[in-house]
Design a protein around this ligand. Structure first.
Ligand SMILES: [Zn+2]
Length: 156
């Protein structure tokens, strides 16, 4: 499963899941029916911290992953447990834009130098830009944080 809808209140988890390679819609509107409809229409699994919504999803034939915990690391860990219980395989693809879920494409340092602080251009080799919103990424500290999430996903 690579396509997710992440329920309202879990915005920072949604951004991390995108960066890890999940095609993730953040459903900020937060109404249960709308979230379930979106999951069904786009064949996505629901990630929610709302126990009642998670069980109502299951009754309506939508795969759901109930998450808990105080921080995103704990939430990913509980998401992996929920996936294991449900027999769902979490299969992230290439990293996506954490801001908008767009696809990232690789950029050469010379193409992006003008858009970056010179310290960043000097320190990094690999750059990516979002095909949808243009946001630039490089393999910095943010990337390292995602490594721990990938490690947690390996338990799935
Ligand atoms: Zn973007």
């Amino acid at each position: 499963m690579r396509r997710l809808v992440v329920d309202a209140m879990l915005g920072s988890l949604a951004r991390k899941l995108r960066a890890t390679g999940f095609d993730t819609v953040y459903y900020a509107a937060g109404d249960d029916d709308g979230a379930l409809r979106l999951c069904r229409r786009q064949r996505r699994a629901l990630v929610t911290a709302d126990r009642a919504l998670a069980s109502s999803a299951v009754h309506k034939g939508v795969s759901s992953l109930l998450v808990g915990g105080r921080d995103d690391t704990a939430r990913v860990s509980s998401m992996v447990q929920a996936a294991n219980l449900a027999g769902l395989r979490l299969l992230p693809g290439a990293p996506r834009c954490s801001a908008c879920n767009g696809r990232l494409s690789s950029r050469k340092v010379n193409d992006v130098r003008g858009e970056l602080p010179s310290s960043v251009a000097a320190l990094h080799r690999e750059f990516y830009s979002c095909s949808r919103c243009g946001q630039l990424y490089w393999k910095g500290s943010h990337w390292k944080k995602l490594r721990s999430i990938r490690r947690l996903l390996a338990a799935n």
